[in-house]
Design a protein around this ligand. Structure first.
Ligand code: PLP
Length: 413
C-alpha cells in the first residue's frame, strides 16, 4: 500500500470501495496520476466533465467570476444567476412561465422536485410513483425514490408515499389514479446500467399524468445537457414535462444542479417554501452558463449524437465473446456483457490506461466528454478491445482449469 491509500483508509468515511488511482491533473479527455501515468477518460467523472478537463472556457469562467464576485446569498440576485436561468429555460423549452431553482447537486435538485410534488399533491394526493431500477440520489427523499432496496433498507423509515412500478406503459396505466401527486422518470436509467425506457413511454406518461392531474417529473441529471445527442432526454419524445432536474454535466465539473418547472407547476413554490445558501451563487452559475454556452456554440449536442453512433459501431465491431450488446443513446452508452465481469473489465481497462465504469456486474458504462473526436475514439477502441481480451483470457483460463479439475475428479460434479 502506498501512502495515499493509507490516507484514504484512515481519513475518509468508508462509504466507497478502494480507489484505483490518485489523480493529480487532467487535460481534455486525459487524466494523470501521481506517478504520471496517463489515462483516457471515458467516464468524465460520471457524465460530468462535459467539456473534458481544464477546458479554457471552464477555467476562464471560474477564474474571472472568482475574481469578481463568488457568493452573496439569495437575498440578492446576480447577473450570472439570471443569465443561467434564462439559458436553462430556453434550452429546456420551459417557455415564459418556466422557473428555475438552483441547487448544488443532483440529489438536492430531486429534493426540490419531491417538495414540488408534495406541494402539488397536498393531502389529497399522497402517492408518488417511481420506476423499478430508478436511481434519483442518496439523500432521504431522493433515496425514497431510488429503487434499490439495499440502498434504502438501513435508513428506513423513508419519506412516505413512494411506490416503485415496472417501467411499462401498462404498469403506469394501472398504477395511476387521482391520488398520485407525481411520477418520477429517468429517460435512460444510467445508474441501473444504461437501461432504456420502452419506446413511447414518455409520451404515454405525459398523456396519462395529464389525464390524472399528476405531475410528470423527468430526472435529466445524467441524460441532460446534451449527453444523449439532444439537449434533454425527453426531447427525443417531443413532450413537455411539468418539471425536470439537472446537475452533473451542466457545470462541467463545478457542483451545481437545478429544478426547472413548466407552466402551472411554476406557481407551486412561494416565498419561504424552499431555499439553499449556496444554490445559484454567482460562481457556480457563471461557470455553468459558460459551459452550456460552449456546448451550444461548439455544436457539442450534435457531436454527442454523431460520436455516439461512431462509438457504438466501434464497440459492436470489437470481436469479443464477452460483448452481448450496446445500449444507450448519444454518449451515454452501456456495454452489456455475457458474464458478470464488468468489474474485471473496468480493472483491466484502468491497468491499460482507460477509465470506464461498471454500472452493474454485467454492464460497462461509457460516458466521455461531449467534445471527443476521432483520436479519442481510436484510442478507446484499442484499449477497450485489449481490456476485454485480458478478461477473456482469465475467463477461458478459469474455465479450462475447472474443466481439467473436474476431468481429474478434483471438483465434485
Ligand atoms: C447522479 C444522479 C443523481 C444524483 O445526483 P448527485 O449529484 O450524485 O446527488 C440523481 N439522478 C440521476 C439520474 C443521476 O444520474
Amino acid at each position: 500500500m502506498t501512502v495515499w491509500q493509507d490516507d484514504v483508509a484512515r481519513d475518509l468515511v468508508q462509504n466507497a470501495g478502494d480507489r484505483f488511482a490518485l489523480l493529480t491533473r487532467g487535460e481534455g479527455s486525459y487524466l494523470w496520476d501521481g506517478d504520471d501515468n496517463r489515462y483516457l477518460d471515458f467516464l468524465a467523472g460520471i457524465a460530468v466533465t462535459a467539456l473534458g478537463h481544464a477546458h479554457p472556457v471552464f477555467v476562464d469562467a471560474i477564474s474571472k467570476q472568482a475574481a469578481t464576485l463568488a457568493h452573496v446569498s439569495n437575498y440578492f440576485a446576480t447577473p450570472p444567476q439570471l443569465a443561467l436561468a434564462a439559458r436553462l429555460k430556453r434550452l429546456a423549452g420551459a417557455g415564459i412561465d418556466g422557473r428555475v431553482f438552483f441547487s448544488n447537486s443532483g440529489a438536492e435538485a430531486i429534493e426540490a422536485a419531491f417538495k414540488l410534488a408534495r406541494l402539488h399533491g397536498g393531502a389529497d394526493r399522497p402517492r408518488i410513483l417511481a420506476l423499478d431500477n430508478a436511481f434519483h440520489g442518496r439523500t432521504m427523499a431522493s433515496l425514497a425514490l431510488t429503487a434499490k432496496e439495499a440502498y434504502r433498507a438501513p435508513f428506513e423509515p423513508m419519506p412516505g408515499g413512494v411506490e416503485h412500478i415496472p417501467a411499462t406503459i401498462e404498469a403506469l396505466e394501472a398504477a395511476l389514479d387521482d391520488r398520485v401527486a407525481a411520477v418520477f422518470v429517468e429517460p435512460i436509467q444510467g445508474e441501473a446500467g444504461v437501461v432504456e425506457l420502452p419506446d413511447g413511454y414518455l409520451a404515454a406518461a405525459r398523456s396519462l399524468t395529464l389525464k390524472h392531474g399528476a405531475l410528470l417529473i423527468v430526472d435529466e441529471i445524467q441524460t441532460g445537457a446534451g449527453r444523449t445527442g439532444a439537449w434533454f432526454g425527453f426531447n427525443h419524445e417531443g413532450i413537455t414535462p411539468d418539471a425536470i432536474t439537472v446537475a452533473k454535466g451542466i457545470g462541467g465539473g463545478f457542483p451545481i444542479g437545478a429544478l426547472i418547472t413548466y407552466g402551472a407547476a411554476s406557481a407551486l413554490f412561494t416565498p419561504g417554501s424552499h431555499g439553499s445558501t449556496f444554490g445559484g451563487n454567482p460562481l457556480g452559475t457563471a461557470v455553468a452558463d459558460a459551459v452550456l454556452a460552449e456546448i451550444e456554440s461548439a455544436g457539442l449536442v450534435e457531436n454527442a449524437a454523431a460520436r455516439g453512433q461512431q462509438l457504438r459501431a466501434v464497440i459492436e465491431g470489437i470481436e469479443s465473446p464477452l460483448v452481448k450488446g450496446v445500449r444507450g443513446r448519444g454518449l451515454l452508452i452501456g456495454v452489456g456483457l455475457t458474464a458478470p465481469v464488468a468489474g474485471a473489465v473496468v480493472d483491466a481497462a484502468q491497468k491499460r490506461g482507460l477509465i470506464v465504469n461498471a454500472a452493474n456486474p454485467q454492464t460497462v458504462r461509457i460516458a466521455p466528454a461531449l467534445n471527443i473526436g476521432d483520436a479519442e475514439i481510436e484510442e478507446f477502441q484499442t484499449l477497450f478491445a485489449a481490456a476485454l481480451a485480458d478478461v477473456q483470457a482469465t475467463v477461458s483460463a478459469d474455465a479450462q482449469a475447472t474443466m481439467t479439475a473436474s476431468e481429474t475428479g478434483k471438483v465434485p460434479a
